[in-house]
Design a protein around this ligand. Structure first.
Ligand SMILES: *Cc1c(COP(=O)(O)O)cnc(C)c1O
Length: 404
């Protein structure tokens, strides 16, 4: 069991007031908060050993390089990658996806097919559309049902020997649906396609094992797992990372690269041009350490309790409609009040110190599917409490009264 009050004491921001009310932070799917041990690592870096890495013989540079490479190993261990050089530091999930999409420009030809899902974040749709424009490849979409689950029968039918790449998120940021990625990966491999899984939304809740999944690429952002913004990672199987051309150097140039003509630095440096976010990478490692100390099994079971409680309490409100009621979902609740714009509800909740997200959550196709402009999304983390959910429920009731 979690000692939630002890955990909350680790997060300085959780004791601040917003609009003269105690902050209730329910926007964890957009970004998570940062605990003191991670803040300490950031302060320590700039106070004691800020230096450029992999270049200097001097002590500070050695220290920074060591810590950065230790962080890479922490990430490797966390995801159970076979090699540390299969972990590429990036600026985040979006960067990681673009890196792979650019790499595939050199590998795809006209009429090859890429499959994505209807549940994707914009950062998972646009790079593939751009890739299709460049290569003449065709984008296919796995549709969803009303519960917010992907329809696997259609996926089976979409797969063929033309399929070169399948891309889905592990967990949908808009609805919280946990997708059956084991099945998706197995089926894609059966037709010889590679699979990239967007783990931005799953990593705060589950600890993925990339070898057990046998996934080709897996991507995540540090800021959703209690780390800083502007840093993330790409896991790629060694054989794939060797096959893909480097990303930075300019998109135009990358389209011209062929494997015969070009030689690259060894992995992982081939994909890490320029001075990286050194402090961020080190803090990413510290954030994973922090979460592993709490334990992902503990986190998941506590968050499931919060999800069940919030679902039960919110469903007592008449005219409240949930979006995304998948059997397997994580602690994200998307809902609307009948006849009321989500933005107006969000504004009133903010006055009460409650941070939720309103809008399309960078997933407009999902909103189009439901024919709505957006939803109110409350997303819970392991440092949230049932008392905070009570505050939310009261706030939603109040908003409903004021707006209807
Ligand atoms: C947050 C998120 C992203 C984008 O992550 P960035 O850190 O902004 O690059 C992509 N996919 C999903 C599912 C997300 O939740």
């Amino acid at each position: 069991m979690l000692d939630v009050s002890k955990i909350r004491a680790d997060f300085p921001i959780l004791s601040r007031q917003v609009n003269n009310k105690p902050l209730v932070y329910f926007d964890n799917a957009a970004t998570s908060q940062t605990p003191q041990p991670v803040i300490d690592v950031i302060v320590d870096y700039y106070s004691n050993y800020n230096a450029n890495i992999h270049r200097g013989v001097h002590t500070l540079s050695q220290e920074a390089t060591d810590k950065y490479e230790i962080a890479r190993q922490t990430i490797q261990t966390h995801f159970n990658a076979k090699h540390a050089h299969e972990i590429i530091f990036t600026s985040g999930t979006t960067h990681s996806i673009n890196l792979v999409a650019n790499g595939f420009s050199a590998l795809l030809k006209k009429e090859d097919e890429i499959i994505v899902s209807a549940l994707e974040h914009h950062s998972n749709i646009v790079p593939w559309q751009m890739l299709c424009e460049r290569t003449g490849a065709v984008l296919k979409v796995i549709p969803m049902n009303l519960e917010g689950e992907l329809i696997m029968e259609t996926y089976d039918n979409l797969l063929s020997d033309k399929t070169k790449l399948v891309f889905v998120n592990h967990i949908s940021n808009a609805l919280g649906t946990i997708n059956p990625i084991e099945y998706i990966i197995k089926k894609a491999h059966a037709v010889g396609a590679a699979v990239l899984i967007d783990g931005a939304q799953s990593c705060p809740h589950i600890k993925p094992d990339v070898q057990a999944l046998d996934v080709d690429f897996y991507v995540a952002s540090a800021h959703k797992v209690c780390g800083p913004t502007g840093v993330g990672m790409l896991y790629g199987k060694e054989e794939w990372l060797k096959k893909l051309p480097p990303y930075q150097g300019g998109g135009e140039m990358i389209a011209e690269v062929t494997f015969e003509k070009t030689t690259y630095a060894d992995l992982p440096h081939k994909f890490e041009a320029g001075t990286p976010n050194i402090c961020g990478g080190i803090a990413f490692g510290a954030a994973l350490d922090y979460m592993n100390n709490i334990g992902f099994d503990n986190i998941a079971s506590y968050e499931n309790e919060l999800l069940a409680y919030a679902t039960e309490q919110l469903s007592t409100i008449e005219g409240l409609k949930f979006y995304g009621t998948a059997k397997h979902k994580t602690s994200v609740i998307s809902f609307n009040l009948e006849g009321i714009h989500p933005y107006d509800v969000g504004t009133i909740l903010d006055k009460l110190g409650i941070a939720v997200r309103t809008g399309h959550h960078c997933a407009q196709p999902i909103m189009d599917f439901y024919c709505i402009p957006g939803t109110i999304r409350a997303s819970f983390a392991f440092y949230n409490t049932k008392e905070e959910i009570d505050v939310l429920v009261e706030g939603v009731k109040k908003a409903k009264m004021m707006l209807s």
